[in-house]
Design a protein around this ligand. Structure first.
Ligand code: GRF
Length: 204
């Protein structure tokens, strides 16, 4: 008997290369999850095409000019209607209400292109280079009400070469993101992550 796969929604606003990595990883026969829905807050998000090409259902809920609570309530209703159990934020450029985050706490993860807790927020790579840090990287974490501050699941480090530019560092980090995010989603949907305060324990 084949087990029912856990339904995951990926929320995007743009390019969707992490979405692509997540889709590819979940195609494995033994993967506990499937990407059941790709939701964008922007009509022009290229990631929507990636989802369609993979035969995955897409949804567009425009956020522009919409009150945060209204937008989040629309998303929440759709996610529930589709039977979504887990959410991956993948380049989703919209702040979420505390209410939405709390409702999905422990079931919603994000990828951030720095070694958190350093360099939260946007424009990360230029700030890393400016700081003189020798290493950067990426972090997958549970989403908590404070932006980029939730319990850390996995990280990968990337050296910052002397001649690094924001673009070259972004590319090097992105390559690691594409490996790291699928690993974290697998652990999550296998039920192997236990949140203990700010720490995450990975069960064997
Ligand atoms: C990635 O760098 C991710 O870490 C950040 O937004 C970017 C999304 O890229 N949160 P993509 O849309 O997955 O290509």
């Amino acid at each position: 008997m084949t087990a029912v796969k856990r339904a995951v929604a990926v929320l995007i606003s743009g390019r969707g290369t992490n979405l692509r990595a997540l889709i590819e990883s979940t195609l494995a026969a033994d993967h506990p999850a499937r990407i059941a829905l790709v939701l964008s807050n922007k009509a022009e998000a290229e990631g929507l095409e990636i989802a369609k090409a993979a035969g995955i259902e897409t949804a567009l809920i425009e956020s522009r000019g919409k009150e945060r609570a209204v937008f989040d309530a629309e998303m929440d209703a759709l996610l529930k209607a589709k039977g979504i159990e887990y959410i991956c934020l993948a380049g989703f450029m919209r702040l979420l209400t505390t209410e939405f985050v709390q409702a999905w706490y422990g079931r919603m993860i994000n990828i951030h292109p720095s070694l958190l807790p350093a360099f939260r927020g946007t424009d990360v790579h230029a700030r890393v280079i400016e700081s003189g840090a020798r290493f950067s990287g990426c972090t997958v974490h549970f989403v908590s009400p404070e932006v980029d501050a939730g319990p850390i699941i996995l990280q990968a480090a990337v050296p910052v070469p002397q001649d690094a530019t924001a673009e070259s560092l972004a590319a090097a980090v992105l390559e690691q993101e594409h490996a790291l995010y699928p690993q974290a989603l697998r652990l999550l949907t296998e039920g192997r992550l236990v949140i203990e305060g700010q720490r995450v324990r990975v069960k064997n």
